[in-house]
Design a binder for this molecule. Structure first.
Ligand code: BES
Ligand code: MN
Ligand code: MN
Length: 465
């Protein structure tokens, strides 16, 4: 067994301070999608950079990602420590941006006022991903502190501030300056454990395309009594379009949508069947709906991990205030995304989707289909020694064997780590299924924060050996 007793002990002694520091970061509302929070996003980047500098990382800097084509770009935080001669280099990835916190009245305590209750820390970003990114920083601090300011391996850190909006800035940096991130393995902590107490490596993520459909009818908003019956209604048209995107059995109706969908291997499907999954418990506690929906003939795990799907997120426009307004809106918008799986590609899928939407436009309206952002699906290889280092580390901490799962969510840059940097990527996450990612009352189970730090310390020690 490889370990680093002093570093683990340091983590245990300083665990409470680590949580207090995390709370400070969580108080910064670094919501990447809202332009009015751009200064907060930068403040979060500076906070993380200052801490990396303090613990002993070198070459700490913010890398700007703003370009004329990407004017809203948020900075990357970079740091390295490369003095472990002859040892592998680990690239640590995380994101310091968060999703919007609405609906605010659903939060028991305010989203940017981190609060401990029942062993959990509640705040927007607690687990996705500030808390998990902080585990990396605190594992590094523990190793520095216990080893006279040295690390057992070489480390580069890259932390982005626009993961929740598609990660365009980091994707460009990896494409253009991949050499600055040269490493032997990437470590990502931005996923979940399959169940409490069950250490988990996530080996696949869905990709996505996030789009908007804009429908325009009349030149301007109209009185619905004076013009109703003669003027086209963009919301009705939009509803008609959306109704044709999926059938009653959850199948996406875009021609050719499923052409490139790869079936998981027989081994994978067998392993998923063996996971402790209770569909009724999932429906009741996680989803909370009367029934689960989706494609017939596939299990829930297959439907959420290995099958593509389509969802509508919101339909801005028209009158949405309290009470009534009799208006025919001039335009309507729908935010529609598709989750993709290997070997679908965002570009090809978007072309098929756009052509299909344009072919079903109702009379009297014009439609524009726009891509907002996209990311590739990915399945990572488990055939490398770093996987053993990770499962060994988590076995010591959790006392049990690691399960291999996929995730239904997307982390666009992971595909680029694998394809551009050509390095194995480990997704070792410590979230729990009921952590409420992107939802009100997001939390991080603090025991997992501490076990995550210890797992990462042990992982670094194992990689060094
Ligand atoms: N950490 C999540 C992704 C995730 C969650 C993967 C759970 C596996 C299990 C990430 O922050 C996320 O939410 N990504 C967005 C990406 C998108 C906006 C490009 C997503 O999946 O919606
Ligand atoms: Mn995340
Ligand atoms: Mn997220």
């Amino acid at each position: 067994m490889v370990e680093n007793k002093a570093a683990i002990e340091f983590g245990r002694q300083n665990g409470e301070r680590f949580v207090e520091e995390l709370k400070e970061l969580l108080r910064i509302p670094s919501i990447s999608t809202l332009p009015e929070h751009a200064a907060d996003v930068r403040r979060a980047a500076e906070f993380v950079a200052a801490e990396l500098r303090r613990i002993g990382m070198e070459n700490v800097r913010l890398i700007e990602t703003k370009t004329p084509e990407h004017p809203g770009g948020h900075p990357l935080v970079y740091a390295d420590w490369l003095h472990a001669e002859g040892r592998p280099t680990v690239l640590c990835y995380g994101h310091y941006d968060v999703q919007p916190a609405e609906p605010l009245n659903e939060w028991t305590t305010p989203p940017f006022d981190p609060t401990e209750r029942n062993g959990n820390l509640y705040a927007r970003g607690a687990v996705d991903d500030k808390g998990q990114m902080w585990m990396h920083v605190k594992a590094l601090e523990s190793l520095f502190a216990a080893n006279d300011g040295k690390l057992p391996v070489n480390v580069r850190v890259i932390i982005e501030g626009e993961e929740e909006v598609g990660g365009e800035g980091i994707a460009r940096f990896v494409r253009e300056h991949g050499d600055q991130l040269r490493a032997d393995v990437a470590l990502v902590s931005d996923t979940e454990m399959f169940a409490p107490e069950l250490p988990t490596l996530c080996v696949g993520l869905r990709g996505m395309i996030y789009t908007e459909i804009e429908v325009r009818g009349a030149r301007t908003d109209l009185h619905s009594g004076m013009y109703g019956g003669a003027a086209p209604n963009p919301f009705v048209a939009l509803a008609q379009i959306i109704a044709k995107l999926k059938d009653d059995n959850g199948r996406v109706l875009i021609p050719g949508f499923y052409d490139k969908v790869a079936t998981p291997t027989a081994d994978e499907l067998k392993a998923w069947k063996a996971l402790p999954f209770d569909e009724e418990h999932y429906r009741e506690t996680e989803v909370g709906s009367r029934e689960l929906t989706g494609e017939a003939g596939y299990s829930v795990l297959e439907r959420t991990w290995a099958r593509p799907t389509l969802d509508v997120h919101g339909m801005p426009g028209g009158f949405v205030g309290a009470g009534a307004k009799t208006v025919i809106p001039a335009k309507a918008l729908a935010k529609v995304s598709m989750r993709l799986v290997p070997d679908q590609t965002p570009a090809e899928t978007f072309v098929k989707y756009k052509a299909y939407v344009e072919s079903i436009v109702p009379r009297g309206v014009e439609v524009t289909v726009r891509m907002i952002h996209s990311g590739d699906p990915i399945v990572v290889s488990t055939d490398n020694p770093y996987v053993q280092a990770a499962t060994g580390a988590m076995r010591e901490v959790f006392g049990t064997e690691t399960v291999f799962v996929r995730g239904g969510g997307s982390i666009p840059i992971v595909g680029d780590f694998v394809r551009e940097l050509k390095i194995p990527t480990l997704m070792m996450g410590f979230g729990l299924p009921d952590d409420n990612l992107h939802a009100p009352n997001e939390k991080f189970h603090l025991a997992n924060f501490h076990r995550g730090i210890e797992s990462i310390v042990r992982f670094f020690a194992a990689v060094s050996a």
